[in-house]
Design a protein around this ligand. Structure first.
Ligand SMILES: [Zn+2]
Length: 261
């Protein structure tokens, strides 16, 4: 990957049938990333993944995957942990054929665990998945995401500790961080992520309460300006996936704001 690049892209490529046309369209609009939402289920087979991966490569569109929401690596029910890992690994297999770089997922809920206990459980489960990925020779990285609710595992510090200790990757959702903590200190955040050669991020407008994330909304130009200003100041290489109700329009908006800075 080239240095210091900023890619914008939507969550979504349409279905299997529409994906080739949509990717062609994205390329025409300067959209160089897309995250495939397997958020409710994995909806393509390996040969379809290979085909879509080829097209994305032709247009230099960086693909990533969002794994299903039904995941809890720290569940009290062992069967649920195994089912969660199976879902993530299924995404990894598709991701391998898609030539995608990351499988993004919300790792766990703290439940009755302390944050430290939950961390250790999640760490163990991710390590087990890493072993499978290695054995299968899949070229894909696991990227737990910063989550939008205080009840969910996934503060930036927890994720960066995983990155350090077990060399998985991470996805930083700036909107989730804002919703989780009720504020975001960009300087503090950028000091923590500036060392990474390329950062995989999500950014969209967000509505939240004291409990955290409520829903994603249209991304405002002023919020985009604020974030992109920091990216410019830190000369960060980054992919920014938009998950708003209009993810393509908001990605194009982001690109325009970026080019105006
Ligand atoms: Zn997510």
């Amino acid at each position: 990957m080239k240095k210091k690049e900023v890619r914008f892209g939507p969550a979504g490529i349409g279905g299997v049938k529409q994906a080739p046309k949509n990717l062609e369209q994205y390329n025409k609009q300067g959209i160089k990333a897309a995250e495939i939402p397997f958020t409710y289920q994995v909806w393509m087979n390996n040969s379809q993944a290979k085909e879509i991966g080829k097209i994305a490569k032709r247009f230099d569109i960086m693909l990533s995957i969002h794994a299903p929401y039904y995941i809890n690596l720290a569940s009290d029910d062992k069967a649920k942990i195994e089912a969660s890992k199976k879902r993530i690994l299924n995404c990894c297999e598709k991701g391998h054929y898609l030539n995608a770089k990351y499988v993004v997922f919300h790792a766990a809920f703290y439940g009755k665990h302390s944050h430290e206990q939950c961390y250790e459980i999640v760490k163990k489960q991710i390590m087990e998945m890493q072993q499978v990925i290695k054995k299968k020779n899949w070229k894909i990285q696991l990227a737990p995401e910063t989550t939008g609710k205080a009840s969910q595992f996934g503060s930036l510090d927890e994720l960066l500790r995983l990155v350090k200790e077990i060399k998985c990757y991470f996805c930083i959702d700036f909107a989730h961080m804002l919703a989780r903590e009720q504020h975001i200190d960009y300087k503090e955040v950028f000091e923590k992520i500036k060392k990474f050669p390329h950062v995989h991020a999500h950014f969209s407008g967000i509505e939240y309460t004291s409990k955290g994330e409520r829903r994603h909304i249209i991304t405002s130009e002023s919020k985009l300006k604020e974030l992109l200003g920091w990216i410019k100041r830190y000369n960060l290489s980054i992919t920014i996936i938009n998950e708003s109700p209009k993810p393509l329009q908001d990605s194009i908006k982001g690109k325009k704001v970026w080019e105006s800075l």
